[in-house]
Design a protein around this ligand. Sequence first.
Ligand code: MTE
Ligand code: HPA
Ligand code: MOS
Length: 764
Amino acid sequence: MDGSLTRTGAGAALRHDSALKHCTGEARYADDIPEVPGTLHAALVLSTVPHGTLTALYADAARAMPGVVAVLGPRDIPGKNDIAPTGKDEPLFADPVVEFAGMPLALVVARTRDEAIRAAAGVKAEIAPREAVLSIERALELGQNVIAPQTIRVGDAAAAIAAAPRRLDAEFRAGGQEHFYLEGQVALATPGEGGDMTVVSSTQHPSEVQHLVARVLGCDFNRVTVTCRRMGGGFGGKESNASWVAAAAALAARVTGRPVKLRLQRRVDMIATGKRHPFLYRWSAGFDETGRIHGLKALLAADGGWSADLSGGVVFRSVTHALGPCDVPAVELTAQAVKTNTVSHTAFRGFGGPQGALLIEDVMHRVAAALGRTPEEVRARNFAGVDGNGDATPYGQRLEGDLIARVWAEARRDSDWDRRRAEIAAFNASHPTLRRGLGSMVLAFGISFGIQHLNQAGALVHVYSDGSIRLNHGGTEMGQGLFVKIAQVVCDVFGVDLDRVAITATSTAEVPNTAPTAASTGSDLNGWAAHNAATAIRGRMAEVAAAKWGIAPEAVVFADNKAWAERVGANRNYDFSELAKLCFLERVSLSATGFYKTPDIHWDREKMRGHPFFYFSYGAAVAEVIVDTLTGEHRCLRADLVQDCGRSLNPAVDRGQIEGAFVQGMGWLTCEELWWDAQGRLRTVGPSTYKIPGSRDVPPVMNLRLLDGAPARVETIFRSKAVGEPPLLLATSVWNALKDAIGTPDLDLPATPERVLMALRRRG
Ligand code: MTE
Ligand code: HPA
Ligand code: MOS
């Protein structure tokens, strides 16, 4: 089907299918579904102590409060008090060990949400405190991990560093990030007959919601149906955390026999759900005068929080992305997730990849400063597959050096690098306090889930006898435009317009055993699954038409809402709807499931070698900032981004993804700061204390371009490439521009005005 592009098929720059509904407010989110009479509301009771033993919970006063129906805790769970998404022993309610300030202790169920929230505040806990571990450093000293160190070794890094003409050691850190999805975590659980439970959940992973609801209720998966039409943003925050919110709602629905909705308040959402992992980095590098790195030894220590959650995958992605697009002949890269008494950190756009890439950027910038060279020069000197450098990652998978060189050359050209470099130097020489800076970034991001079995997807397509099509697949819509992309794939197969396709809510009852919509693989995986389902139906339809016309089925073409064939006169074609009707009358099935699994991926955990990614996505960026050296404040004035999307399925949607990811990345690296007090309590619990980028933080000049003429080199759906996460890494160019502006590579993240001032002071 490659190349048979219809007006609304693959490659068309269509707007998001719900764009107008998002604007008018018609788009229905979980909380918009009309509540049936008798629906109850739940609220969580959270620990305010970071570590201890729960010795008593006083709930009688809360039970007596207006509207309260029940106060539930671990004893009320019919199944297991365990919400671990991958491992085990991550309790939903503390029993009796309290692991962080914000850990759920109980759930209050009441007639209204306000009553539930009020009563939750009336539940009193008695907790015998234990020593709390609140920093990565302390956890490293104690040697406590949620994920044991994973090390990738190539050659003898220590020897290469010792033998190199120059050597540097450094330590730096990057903060975490709150997802700040506009729609918070929410689930509505409705009990049915015979123990059935239906859950509407704002989740990236309906199958896991199903599994955890079943685990907590102690029932089989087939009793639980989970649906999600859309989320108001997920960003990784609803990959695993949505499941326990839904499990809590389902528990309350089971106990009360009534529908129960649990919608977290923003404050509770920020305190009780996981975030991007903060990282501490320690490294030593050996290099020469040209900037070529000979050896690198590094520790990437992630703060895992109190439990493993998805930290294994995050650690894996950080260590596999720690060299970015660069080659270093001898490395020893160790990543681990330490255990602290803070919320359990989780997936966030990039999933450890952005944190991994910070390592090599820090190395390049400090090496450049030491040599009096530019970071761009040093980075390019070490590009994989360029100028005789090796083209394999340290775990053995090849990078495409030509694409790395190309994205960087194009970003450099688009940004008018040389001219602006000179202009900025002149400005800086003439201004007493303002400093402008230019920074760049080049990314290589591996596409596939680190956990092999997650790289699978299913779809269910029906053609009705009037020729209308109903599309369902395992992917979820969180604003990223997955549904319209998959509909475009189906349109392409059938040669019909988009208005023929009904896009429907994700449901575990329609497509079972699915992976989360994550790792940017939504369109890659579900695109092929839907393609396979639609192709099966089209094949049957072609047979019916071919039999009527006395030709081979392969000669039947589907285009322009018609089925036709070369040798058949124009008056002998079928309208798509006419053919659908004919198939029905001839008793031909017009329904099919489709399945897909990513080929050619493997990983050896012992050796830490393999081919874990189906392919890589590449990109490059140049950013300009202006810094006020008196206040430490800055603005990003301009960004030029080049992103490889292969042959884009939908350039309009992809541009939106690139823009959004860049700004979200800027937020992480510059203004979003999570702050826990000495008692381990998160004190940045709303937009007044936690600053996400606003419209005025978007660079006033933002040029973005999809890399032209670069179809994927492996068989992805229509040769497109994933786009959801990679461009977030492009925001690293803003960090790099700040370092350029202030004249020192020593700048921790997030680069808030305070940290910029501290860096200026250290620089002297
Ligand atoms: N875009 C929007 N608007 N909202 C989101 O929540 N999540 C991101 C990205 N883009 C997100 C988004 C993340 S973390 C991932 S993994 C991908 O979308 C998931 O969708 P995809 O696989 O279909 O790209
Ligand atoms: N991204 C997101 N979620 C995941 C991944 C990943 O790479 N691997 C396992 N779960
Ligand atoms: Mo995205 S962090 O893989 O949900």
